[in-house]
Each structure stands twice: as C-alpha cells, then as structure tokens.
Ligand binder design. Structure first.
Ligand code: SDX
Length: 454
C-alpha cells in the first residue's frame, strides 16, 4: 500500500496521471483515492473470473483514517467466492460455471447440491454413495419432536424450522471438525435429508395430521411430497410431473451468491458458530417478506386482486405511488433484467397446470399483470422485472402446498447454497469475523443529569 500527501492541490492531477501511466507500463491495475487533505492512496484492484472488478479496501481505514459508507452493502463485496456467478444486468445465473437453464433441464436437486457444496458434478458412484447417506440419515432424532408439540397451532412454520435446525446441534456432537469430509459429508446428508422431515411435519402439525416418517425407497422429492401429504389411511403417491416440478423448483432456489440469507449464514459462521446455528439464522433472514417471504406475498396479493374484482390497475397505481407498497415478486437487488429463474418457473408452472389439468385464475392474472407492468414506464425505467418469487407460488399451490409453507419450501431449496457458502468460508484460512463499521450520527459527549434535575 503506498500513500503520499501533496500540499499543493494543483499538482494532484499530474501526480495521478503519472501513477496511472506507470501502472499501464507495468501492466498492473490500481485505484487511487484522493482525500481533501491532498493524501493520495493506492489500492489494488481485484478482478474476478468473469472480469468483475473490486477495489481492495482492506487497508483503507489504517492508511487513510476514513471508511466507506454503503447501506445494504449494494456496492460492497463481502468475500471472494467460487460457488455462484450472477450477472444482474444480463440476467445470467451459473452454479460453479454451469448455466442455470442447463441444470434446471438436465440435472437433479441432489446432484446440484453436491455440485454447489463440493464444486463438481458427482459421478455415478459418488451420487449413489451420497444417496445412501441421505437415506441413512433421514430419521430425525425423536428427542426433537417435543418442539413440534410445543408449537402454537397458528405459529409461523419458519420459526419452528429455525428452532429445530438450531436444536439438532445437541444431537450431533461431531459437528465442527469439517476439514475432512469424512464427517462433514454425513453431516450435510443429515441436514439435507432431515430438513424435509422437519418441514413436512411442521405442515402435518399445523393441519392436525399425524407425524409422517420418510420412506427409504423413495427419492428425495418423492419422499418429501409423501411425508407432506400422506396420512395413515391414505398414502400419497405424487406423479412424475409433480416430482419433476418440485425438483426444478429446488434447483432454481439452491443458491444465489451473497443474498440476504446467505450473507446471514456467512456472518454467523464467521464468528465460528456451528453449521446448525448458521443455517438457523439464515432461515430467519429468508423469512422476511422482501426476501423468501415474497413467494407467499405474491399469491396473497394476486388473490386479493381477484377478490376485489377491481382489476390490477389499483395495485399497479399503488405500487407506483405508495413507497411502503411493493408489487410482490417484482424487482430485484441485483437483477436489472428478467430473473432467469422466473422464466423457467413460469414454464414449469404452465406445464404442471396443463398436465394436472388445473386451471388457476391466479396464474392467468399473474401473466396479465406481468405484461401490464412490463409495458409501464415506472417499471421499465426502474428495471423492475419478475423475480424468482413471482411464479414460484403457482407451482407450490398446484402441488397442494399452503402459502404459509412457501418460505419453508424455499429454505429446503436454499439449504445446499447456505451449506456451500458456510463451508467455503470455514475452509478459507483468511476468513475474519464479520464486523462492519458505522458513521456515528448521535449526540456528542454530554454530562449525566440526575433524575431529580430532569
Ligand atoms: C429474493 O438477493 C437475492 O438474490 C434474493 C433472491 C435469492 O435468490 O436469494 O433472489 C430471492 O429475495 C427475490 C426478491 C423477492 N422480493 C420481492 O419480490 C419483494 C418486492 N421487491 C422489492 O421489495 C424490491 O424489488 C427488492 C427488495 C427485491 C429489491 O429492492 P431494491 O433493489 O433495494 O430496490 P429499491 O428499493 O432501491 O427500489 C428502487 C426503485 C424504488 O423506486 P424509487 O425510489 O426509485 O422511486 O424501484 C422501486 C422502489 O420503490 N421498486 C418497486 C419494487 N421494487 C423496487 N416498486 C414497486 N414494486 C416493487 N416490487
């Protein structure tokens, strides 16, 4: 890190151009910060695999005494990661280099999970071994069941999911040593497998149905739909169409780089909290209606329009004028183009409804609303397009899943992404505990006034 201070501001321009020319001659790229004091400080430029550039400000405060201010971290890279690449301007999403469109079409959810967590698509042997682990680890410890009994009938499913995931730690003493996959892989299998059992039985609890156990002969998605909908006197046998739709849903939700919930998992994990505590925190972040809670909010908003029979002009007008009101399922912090996942989910919904012979007025309304919004200057000028949540609820409704469970289904899909990021960070020796700074805007120093004088 080099810095210098020029007392005569008129010399700064020449000095900077000299430095930039020298960098060009040496074939290096640096950024230079000029402060009002005349201090010029050089910062290295870090360039990603896809050419994204970041100014490495790791020494900023030490060298200059100033910090950056970036509410919501929209312009701030929290880490370097090799897991997922998103190009928000072009609407590109790739997991470990594979385009999401190819994975959604040709891959399976567990194969995609293995790709995200361990970096490569598994071969047949690896896939079979992991499937075996999923089956061998699918039973939830009976000691966790009292959490379900204590849960209030109209409690939030995501709250119980978070509690049970955090409590699993108590039954898994061999948790933190993950440098060797010897005990990390079974641990991942336990979480990936049991999150289905937990989710399905949260649903059973809220609808007053008895506990359902997994069936070792079923595949991942088939088993989940079985536990979700089977009752003792009437087992549920999902169709291939339903299983494939859920598989694609999970693949599309599996990871999305540094989104709010994944960043939460990383921040909690950076304090050396264990994997269960970190993903339990991620569940609570995902539950926010601006994040994973949006899929249910979309359906409620569309059903509200249907019932009001006022059409969606009122909703569109409200979304454009009321700063506290959002068209749910629209807009994105990163995509300023059509979310590639929304495109695929829309076609999955079309196919699923057609094959199940379901006519869903909410889906018809969603397609019309999309068209109106995409022709409206307000949405066009702000690059607001349908995001992953706009059509996902249509699929879940067709799979007979109630809206209060939608964020839980999102969490099952996102589990491999959370685990992958937690592991990537855990294995990175350079990881530091996350500790952002602030600009203080409160009172300056003042003397205490005793109660009798106030
Ligand atoms: C997910 O980060 C991820 O990757 C998340 C996710 C993942 O896979 O993990 O993709 C999953 O969370 C998808 C997003 C789900 N949420 C919603 O659908 C809720 C509705 N969307 C908005 O709340 C909003 O678009 C956000 C929160 C998603 C993004 O908000 P931004 O980028 O912070 O946008 P902003 O608040 O800066 O808004 C910019 C402008 C504002 O208008 P102006 O102040 O410029 O006049 O766009 C407007 C906003 O009012 N705007 C909307 C809008 N979204 C933004 N106006 C109406 N309806 C909307 N949905």
């Amino acid at each position: 890190m080099s810095k210098q201070t020029l007392n005569n501001p008129s010399e700064i321009g020449a000095e900077i151009s000299e430095k930039l020319c020298a960098d060009t001659r040496e074939g290096v790229r640096n950024a230079y910060l000029v402060l009002p004091s005349g201090q010029i400080t050089k910062f290295p430029l870090s360039v990603g695999a896809e050419g994204e550039q970041a100014v490495d400000i790791g020494e900023l405060r030490k060298e200059t005494g100033v910090i950056t201010l970036d509410p919501g971290f929209r312009n701030t890279g929290a880490c370097q990661s090799a897991i997922t690449f998103v190009d928000g301007e072009k609407g590109v999403l790739r997991y470990r280099g594979y385009p999401i469109e190819q994975l959604a079409k040709d891959s399976g959810f567990i194969e995609t999970a293995m790709l995200l967590i361990w970096g490569e698509l598994p071969n047949k042997k690896e896939r079979a071994e992991f499937r075996e682990m999923l089956t061998n680890n699918e039973m939830l410890h009976e000691g966790l069941k009292p959490h379900f009994d204590a849960f209030p009938p109209n409690g939030k499913p995501m709250a119980l999911l978070s509690v049970v995931l955090a409590s699993m730690r108590g039954y898994e003493p061999k948790l933190t040593e993950i440098k060797s996959d010897k005990n990390f892989k079974p641990l991942v299998a336990k979480i990936m497998s049991q999150v289905r059992t937990i989710a399905a039985n949260i649903h059973n609890k809220t609808k007053g149905s008895p506990w359902q156990y997994p069936n070792p002969d079923f595949g991942y998605c088939q088993n989940f739909l079985h536990m979700l909908h089977s009752i003792p006197n009437k087992p549920y046998h999902p169709s291939e169409t339903e299983i494939k739709a859920l598989e694609t849903f999970f693949i599309l939700h599996a990871d999305h780089e540094q989104n709010c919930s994944t960043s939460t998992v990383r921040i909690v994990g950076s304090a050396k909290s264990d994997l269960f505590a970190s993903i339990s925190a991620g569940v609570n972040a995902l539950n926010g209606k601006l994040h994973g809670g949006a899929n249910a909010a979309v359906i409620r908003q569309l059903e509200g329009i249907l019932m009001s029979k006022k059409g969606f002009d009122e909703i569109i007008a409200k979304a454009k004028t009321n700063p506290d009101f959002r068209l749910m399922g629209f807009g994105h912090a990163v995509y300023k183009n059509y979310d590639p996942r929304a495109k695929i989910l829309k076609s999955v919904a079309e196919k699923l409804l057609e094959e199940l012979k379901i006519s869903d007025p909410v889906f018809d309304l969603a397609k019309k609303l999309e068209q109106v919004a995409l022709d409206d200057e307000y949405f066009i000028s702000r690059n607001l397009y349908p995001n992953v949540d706009f059509y996902s609820g249509i699929i879940l409704k067709a799979l007979k899943i109630p809206t209060n469970m939608f964020p839980v289904i999102f969490a099952i899909g996102r589990m491999p992404g959370w685990i992958a990021h937690w592991r990537e960070q855990y294995l990175d020796e350079s990881t530091k505990i996350a500790r952002p700074r602030q600009i203080y805007t409160g009172h300056t120093k003042r003397e205490y006034v005793s109660a009798k004088d106030r």
